[in-house]
Design a protein. Sequence first.
Lengths: 323, 129
Amino acid sequence: MPTIEFDGRKYHLAEQESVLDALLRNGIQAAHSCKAGSCGSCLMQATQGPVPIRAQAGLKDSWKTQGYFLSCVCRPEGDLSIGKVGADAQLGATITLLELLSPDVLRVRLRCDGRIDFRAGQYVTIVQEGGLARSYSIANLPDEGELELHVRKIAGGRMSGWLHKGAVVGDRVSVLGPSGECFYVPGTPDQPLLLAGTGTGLAPLYGILRDALRQGHRGPIHVFHGALHTGGLYLVDELRRLASLHSHVEYTPAVLNGEESDAVAVGSIDQVVLKRFPKLSGWRGYVCGDPTLVQMLKKKLFLCGMSSRDIYADAFVPAAQPS
Amino acid sequence: MHIMEFGSAKTLYEELGGEAAVNAAVDVFYRKVLTDDRVSSFFDDVDMDRQIGKQRAFLTMVFGGPVAYTGKDMRQGHAHLVARGLNDSHVDAVIELLGESLREVGAPEHLIKRVADIAESARADVLNR
């Protein structure tokens, strides 16, 4: 079995063990969250030895050449010397705004210490001093000089609990990223766009909507936001305002439980979307939120004629339970 | 035998239109297998992107394109489906849907025949016989 060298010590990997699991097994505090190769919080750097391709999937080319890799999905075939990521991969940031958008959803704004290049709809990973890390989608545009994230309060959630209850403006965190392929791509300004999501899946969609408008998208844009009940809907007035301001923007809030009205549709989001648009060939779709819903909705959009290459999605993978 | 001038012979993959032909056919084909009651359960993976990737590789193979599957790969890759009851009738249905897909994207009959022959040649490995 290969060994890894970290901080001047050597550790043996067990059969099929990831670098992250080996470090944790040996009592090393290594930052991590999803353990599925998607959040990026377990990023490390290899200084010597071959990094498996799988452990660098989705990373920026400039990071790959510097040996960055995701330790949770890294099962090396040879000996590897590794270190924590340099300061160039993480940025310090200050909380500038904490504002409730609904009883459960908090708008968090961060000002980073340095320049951060991102597209609305990508996600960043927020790392607390002690290494606790969670990923959130970016809901705003780069020229605002800040990051806007929508954080839903999760029962027992450590990061969301802290942001909702303990954090104050001025607190410091680190920011990793951005990552993700779910963002507006210019080039087909007349293509109809379908933006559908549940819960804080609205965050990337709201960012993508504003990015599309800023880049002069002319085709129709339909935003569907689903929640269990009306209390779970948020940014309702803001989305109505954008829809009345732009004749090609339409906004449909939908709730699973509630009374049907002109203002709110009732039903699961896939039912509401497909009832309104049973044929979707030629459309581009963005689907964000709960992973089960995202997988299901992607397939339904595809079966209604949307090309697989026109479907962009961001499934919110929950943090792995502490073992 | 028809003798072609050296260097002018196009491969089947090139005649069909290469990667562009795979791109044009993959959605049509995957939509068909996903909605055909005879075979849909074998294709209904949770992760659609992974399934699309597999269908892209399958089409590239039967178009005579650059993928190098061995008989062993085909056996291992389908063993779990054989365990779930994959049999000749399903392979027949997939080859039929493959032909329909190619017709829909405008491929000529003589090329569709050659694609079906390549797919047919994988039958024994796919069914682990």
